[in-house]
Design a protein around this ligand. Structure first.
Ligand code: UDX
Length: 426
């Protein structure tokens, strides 16, 4: 089948590549000329494991272009995968979606199914239906939100735990169409209305973020009562009603989705006069987690001014170079308030230019650690798992280790004379 994917970001590119590997021909559109030129040369503008190999294998089935008309003309279905970033008030900015729909008004001349994959506020697809000035018989709008995790996007695209399809009441064609598109992907299908599908996406991310903030708040309780949070996570995770995933205590969640989607949901609730105290608290715990552990560090070092502090990891989680809403940036902001001398190492991510003159990013882990008073692990990259603690002790000036992801063996580290601060690991 010929398909068009509008928006060659992280979701659009993964979708295009996987659909191409299933035998479809994909027109992958982006209005960013430089991005399209790079993609035409198989250069992916971000790090995502397995994506480049799959792209090269499926390359004959993908055309990268800035020309939306060409993609629309040759395809029966269009996937919308453009970004919906946060506006200053927290609401989702759907300008890019509106501009695609404005263009579609002038391009579509025969029936197309328009499938919304971008995360949009409830009611957006219904509203877009009424904004298209085309005759009704020329288009069908459906919602099919994505649940990809960065770092596992290709795997998740082939192995979704569910496929949500939101359709209008009289739409009999979209479900079989999407089942045909995803033909060899085994997945349960949940069929709902357009707004239901939009809300399922928010509910999913809200619930996962809630689990993380719950366990992070509970870690604070564990800190006081001399109990390991890992024991709590393991025990409650065995209850099938709770489940073991997303109970890993740490410095909090980051990334492009959870913070943005929870803020958008908060803004939607405010606009509709809906009281959402849990939603507020989930974000509050997440926003204060870094400060909570920096305060523990201050109890030990007293004055952080001019002290060399080394942060290990910059990306919001391992296996991605994405630093959006990374807790490493929150750590930097917090340490800057104390005028610390901040150093950083990450295997692939780079500091944004606004931080480059105030934080020293090293390309050598050894240099980052040398003469440091304290190491703070922010991103649990596998390469940090087996650090040689004896050597590190001799390289550092101080002896404090803050394990912001509960990634290391506490007693092993302590055996080398370090003072270990974990998250809920007294
Ligand atoms: C998330 C959702 O998982 C995905 O379904 C959605 O479509 C996009 O948002 P992603 O942002 O890639 O995916 O990352 P995810 O693996 O979910 O982790 C998000 C954040 O939570 C990371 O900062 C991670 O370190 C943190 N996290 C995750 C925890 O702190 N504890 C956990 O137990 C799990």
């Amino acid at each position: 089948m010929n398909l068009c994917v509008v928006g060659a970001g992280y979701v659009g590119l993964t979708l295009s590549t996987v659909l191409a590997s299933l035998g479809h021909f994909i027109y992958c559109i982006d209005k960013d000329f430089h991005k399209i030129t790079a993609l035409q040369n198989n250069e992916i503008p971000f790090f995502e494991p397995d994506l480049e190999d799959l792209l090269i294998k499926s390359r004959k089935n993908i055309k990268f272009t800035t020309n939306l008309s060409v993609g629309v003309e040759h395809s029966s279905a269009l996937f919308i995968t453009v970004g919906t970033p946060s506006l200053p008030d927290g609401s989702a900015d759907i300008t890019a979606i509106h501009s695609v729909f404005n263009e579609l008004n002038t391009i579509i001349t025969e029936h197309k199914t328009i499938i919304m994959k971008s995360t949009v506020p409830p009611g957006t697809c219904e509203e877009l239906k009424s904004k298209l000035t085309l005759p009704n018989e020329l288009f069908t709008i459906a919602s099919n939100p994505e649940f990809l995790r960065e770092g596992h996007a290709v795997f998740d695209m082939y192995n979704p735990d569910k496929t949500i399809i939101g359709i209008s009441s009289k739409d009999k064609t979209t479900v079989p169409l999407l089942q045909q598109i995803y033909h060899s992907i085994k997945t349960p299908y949940i069929i709902t209305n357009l707004t239901g599908a939009e809300l399922i996406k928010y509910a999913n991310n809200y619930f996962l973020a809630t689990k993380i903030s719950f366990i992070n708040e509970f870690a604070r309780i564990c800190d006081t009562f001399d109990v390991e949070i890992k024991d709590i996570s393991k025990a409650i995770g065995l209850d099938p009603r709770i489940g073991k995933e997303f109970l890993q205590a740490g410095l909090g969640y980051g990334g492009s989705c959870f913070p943005k989607d929870l803020k958008a949901l908060q803004s939607i609730s405010i606009k509709n006069n809906i009281d959402t105290p849990i939603l507020h608290s989930v974000q509050e715990v997440n926003a204060t987690q870094v400060k909570f552990y920096i305060n523990k560090l201050k109890n030990l070092l007293i004055d952080l001014k001019d002290k060399k502090i080394t942060i290990l990891g910059l990306s919001f989680k391992p296996n991605t170079d994405d630093i959006r809403n990374s807790k490493s940036l929150s750590l930097i902001d917090e340490l800057l308030l104390s005028q610390s001398n901040i150093h950083l190492y990450d295997p692939i991510s780079n500091l944004p230019s606004s931080y480059q003159s105030i934080v020293t990013q090293h390309t050598s882990l050894e240099k980052a650690i040398e003469n440091s008073e304290c190491l703070i692990l922010s991103t649990d990259w596998q390469m940090f798992k087996s650090l040689k603690w004896e050597k590190i002790k001799s390289q550092m000036n101080g002896n404090i280790i803050v394990d912001g992801r509960n990634f290391w063996n506490k007693s092993l580290i302590e055996s080398y004379g370090f003072t270990y601060i974990g998250v809920g690991r007294p």
